[in-house]
Design a protein around this ligand. Structure first.
Ligand code: UD1
Length: 371
């Protein structure tokens, strides 16, 4: 079986680490195509090195642009690559522009397409990721769902026949890395953060939070006013928008740092008193690692993380005592359970691709065969 994984942005590289590892123990051919959506070394290369992912076989080098330009550039560059490779499966990950472009290029060439992390919804149509998820789920042939809730949601959208529950591959990677770094001092903390004293870990990068000047200013004010130092490893989008809008990030409690390699991020979560974020991945990592999380959004694609108060949504954080009390609430006593699986999702995903590959035999280019 030949499987082409299409990745391009940071969270996809984490998922790829688990999948590449699961393929390594098989006789299958696993080809990695990197779209180049993320091109900064600290958003891309360090993940390959740090997580032991094989070098990409093909690099499309699309870079940044508007959503249409970026998505279109991946499509245009991917078409000939997939035409030549003619894999048994194209595997796309998560919800980025690279995901929807990869799925479209593959299905339009009649190549069986599987979506890993299918069935997540925020129902927030301002989010580019929400468009990408819905479109990818509805065009892919096989939907690899991370949770029972995602399976139920796909059933509700009429996609039950294409859906298989495999668990969340990010759990595989998070638990593996946590095992390695637990007990080690976090490295790469911004200047001004003492790992021996309580600190918070915050990230902000979503377009809905960064691209409106008033909203970004309010979020930064709220973080700066917290009574505990806040480590803020800044995504390039946050830096770019803050510069554009004249918003100073280095003030109050905020200690600005660089985006982190995965192991360093996990170590910083383990060392932190709590997490404040708008990242889907980090909400879950906080949950898995047992740190209270405050999510700067009105919805989450991971509602399981809300159980017992481990994750709390705050849409309009203010520079006040209410926000501080929410962020600094003690870790809940509620058991966390394993709603995202137990860390063997990538193996299950590979097995599911194997099991469904024969049903595709005889598919002609341009013809989509349903499971
Ligand atoms: C993308 C994903 C988002 C994911 C995030 C993880 C979409 C729609 N969004 O958002 O779901 O959570 O990745 O990081 O696909 N930039 C750099 N260097 C880079 C990459 C980007 O400087 O290596 C800058 C560019 O100015 C670019 C901006 O960041 O315009 C945004 O990058 P882009 O890849 O378009 O989206 P993200 O915000 O990273």
């Amino acid at each position: 079986m030949r499987v082409v994984s299409i990745v391009g942005a940071r969270p996809q590289l984490v998922k790829l680490a688990a999948v590449a590892d699961a393929f390594a123990g098989t006789g299958h051919e696993h080809v990695i195509v990197h779209t180049g959506q993320h091109y900064d070394a600290n958003l891309s290369d360090v993940f390959f090195e740090g997580l032991g992912i094989p070098e990409p076989d093909v690099r499309l080098g699309v870079g940044s642009g508007t959503h249409g330009v970026q998505t279109g550039a991946v499509l245009a560059k991917l078409d000939p690559v997939l035409k030549e490779l003619r894999p048994d499966w194209v595997l796309v990950y998560g919800d980025t522009n690279s995901t929807v472009a990869g799925a479209l290029s593959a299905v339009k060439q009649g190549i069986p397409t599987a979506h890993l992390e299918a069935g997540l919804r925020s129902y927030d149509r301002r989010m580019p990721e929400e468009h990408n998820r819905v479109l990818t789920d509805h065009c892919a042939d096989l939907l690899l769902a991370p949770t029972p809730a995602a399976v139920a949601l796909l059933e509700g959208e009429g996609l039950a026949a294409r859906t298989v529950l495999v668990g969340d591959v990010m759990v595989d990677v998070c638990l593996r890395v946590a095992e390695r770094v637990r007990g080690t001092a976090p490295r790469g903390l911004p200047d001004g953060i003492d790992p021996a004293r309580p600190y918070l870990l915050a990230t902000v990068h979503r377009a809905e939070n960064t691209d409106d000047p008033a909203r970004l200013a309010a979020l930064v004010d709220a973080l700066a006013s917290l009574p505990v130092p806040v480590a803020l490893p800044a995504h390039p989008r946050l830096l770019a928008r803050a510069r554009e809008f004249g918003i100073e990030l280095r003030r109050g409690a905020i200690r600005l740092g660089e985006p982190l390699p995965y192991a360093a991020l996990v170590a910083e979560v383990l060392g932190a008193a709590a997490v404040v974020t708008d990242s889907g991945g980090l909400q879950k990592e906080a949950y898995l690692l047992g740190r209270p999380c405050t999510t700067l959004r009105s919805t989450t694609e991971w509602p399981e993380s809300l159980a017992g108060g481990w994750n709390v949504l705050v849409e309009q954080p203010a520079a006040d005592a209410v926000f501080a009390a929410t962020v600094l609430r003690p870790a809940p006593s509620a058991e966390r359970g394993t709603p995202f699986g137990e860390g063997r999702a990538a193996e299950r995903a590979v097995r599911t691709l194997e099991e469904h590959v024969d049903t595709r035999a005889g598919a002609e280019p341009g013809m989509v065969v349903r499971a």
